[in-house]
Structures are given as structure tokens and as C-alpha cells.
Design a protein. Sequence first.
Length: 425
Amino acid sequence: MTELRAGGATDTGLVRDHNEDNYLTDEGLFAVADGVGGHKAGEVASQTAVDTLQREFRESTTDGLVDAVKTANRTVWDLAESNPDQRGMGTTRTAVALVNEDGEERLAVVNVGDSRAYLLQQGELEQLTEDHSLVEQLVREGQLTPAEAQVHPQRSIITRALGLDPEVEVDSWELTPYKGDRILLCSDGLTNEVSDDEIASTLRSVGDPEEAARQLVNEARDHGGSDNITCVVVDVLDDDNRAETASKALAAEPPPPPRAERAATVSSPAPTDDEAATATRTPARAAAAPTQEPKPRARRFTWRVFVFVLAVIVVIGGALAAVGWYARHTYYVGLDNGQVAIFKGRPGGLLWFQPTLDRQTTLAEKDVPPSRLPDVKAGKEEPTRADAQRYVNNLRQEAASQTTTTTLPPAAPTPAPTAPPPSTP
Ligand code: MN
């Protein structure tokens, strides 16, 4: 029998006034849920989802877990529909369960939303789930780097959650549990504050799962705690000597090429759930994979997923093109190294579209009339290049007339209007 031990921790954080996260550490079933929705509906959504999952997870297979998540989705949806106060509420759901597939014990991982599951195996941390979030999609399409996504103002927008539609698509994975493996489930309150490296370091150094979960929560608080934080740590204490058997088998035989080894260890049947983007993954032990090549993840897309992804790309692409057009098809008059210059774009830039220098002028900053200087410093926007040029010409004229006035000698009081001014020889 595979033996597991788990611990969890949750915290409101330092900014929010209530905790909409929930978690579950039950016999062989572990989950986190991050609720969304006003009037405390987020709490209702995440609690309902946790309770329903616990009640409905009866058939301990991967499909059984996926079905329980779908039932939880339906329950939250029905509740939101029947209660106007809770309309639009939803929740993420990341769960792991010990299941039995054709007589083999496996860990089934399921995910909807932007909470995450990580696997720490032989000291290496790997993110198992993919976030269903807007920034994650932009990263996948190459529009954002992971570093940009980490600080993007819209990083909390999720594209999939339980309770938002009567049907939901559930991602699922299967792992072979090996003694010493450690799984972390967490809400985005952790991953938005604490880097993967810091998470790995804590998971490697703190032995007790509950203490590890608590320490991760505290680290997120120390980094600002701007959201609710929830962590569940699940340890594989015993694995029926699977790890030892695997090592012995590998030691006895000449090691096969890594690719062949991996193919041989994928023992679960092809997924049959047509609705879900299902992937099956068996971790290759370090002994079996001496090379550092990335582990392939067999991901099977159905045509529905393909059409959905295509539609999302078209919509996002169109929106980006519109924003890009708006950001780039305008001009402003500003300063460049002490000279007045015309820029293409918006002052300060818009999203990642930065303004570019269109043309320098010969007008110096010190010659700009003081009344106009604040506008120029802030960037005086003009719809076209010609308008911007006209504005610069006006500045030049104003500057010229001011120069004339100020360089005239102060008018001396004239005793008689008819007397000619005293002339110097
Ligand atoms: Mn959150």
C-alpha cells in the first residue's frame, strides 16, 4: 500500500479582509480552492466545491476524480443560479488523490484555474499543472515572458473556474508515487509572492508536511501577503518498494536509451475522456534518465480544445492589434536630452508599446516658454505628426517673441514724450 502523509495551512494574508481560499486533507484526497465573487460568495464557492468533492469522490480512479470535480462545478453553478447574491461566483480547484488504475496505485492530479500542483522529486521541483489564466496564455503565445507575467497587473484574471458555466473542462495527470516524492498544492497567493526556487528550498529543508505548508504561507506573508494564501503538502511515505524494485531492475539490465525507458514505464491506458484535455505522465526516475533532457509530457488535445484555443488566440490577437494601433498611431511633443522632440506613441508608453523618437527639433528645453514647459515635460499629445510639428512651430514663435521682449533694455522714464532718447556717441 502506498502510504501518504499531508498537512495544510491557509491564511487571509495582510491585505484582504477575509479568506476565500479553502483546502482539504482527507484520507487519500487533497485539494485547494481559491474562490472568487463579491459579498463573500468566493468563500461559499470554494467551501461548496471542497465539500462536494469530498462527498462525490467515491470511485477511486482518475475518471472518478474528474467526475467529482465536474459535479462540484455543477453544484456551485446551481447555487449561483438560484441565489442572486452569489451569481458569478466561482472557484479554482487543484486536487490530488490516490487512485487505482488496473491494479496499480497512482496519484491523480486534476486542475481548473490558476492554483497549482508541484512535484518535488529527488530535490527537483516541477510544476505539474498549467494555469488557466490570461497571462499564462500570453506566455504560451510568446506575447509575454514568464518574468513579465509574474508582475503583470492582470495576472489574477482566470480563464477557467468551477461554477462559471454548467460544464467545465478538467485537466488531469497521473503520476506513479515513489517514496520520498512530495506534492505541493497551492493558491496563487503563494506563487505570486514566492519564487519557485524559494518554494523548492523550503520543501527540501522542512521535513514535516504541515510545518512546510505553514512556513510557505509565512514566506508569502513576509513578501507582502497581498492575497489569501493556501498550501497543502502531501508526502509519499511508502510506495510498496516500487522505487527499490525500479532501481534493482535498472541496475540488473544495461540501461536502455532514456526514451525507450520512458515509453516502457507509461503503463496506464490511453485516456478515454473525450471532454478533458488529458495527459498521462509517468515520472522517469533520475536513475533511468541520466541525461538532463526535458521530460516529455504527452498531451492529447481534442478538437474542442483546439477550436477553443484558436478562438482565444483570434480574440486576444485582435485585442492586441487594436491596443497596438491605438498605442502607436499617435504623436506627442516631449523632451529628449534637453531638446524638444516629436515622439511616436503615448507618453510613458501603453502596456509594452514604448514610444519612439520620431524627429528631433532645434528648439532647446531652455527656450520653451515657461507657461508651456509643464505640458511639454508631460508629453503634449497630438493626433498626427503635422499637428505635433505645428505645436512645435507655435512654441518656437512664442519663444522668439519672448526673447525679443526680454532682451529689450528696461524702458527708462521719459521726461517728455517729444524728447528724443539720449543717444550715446
Ligand atoms: Mn487568490
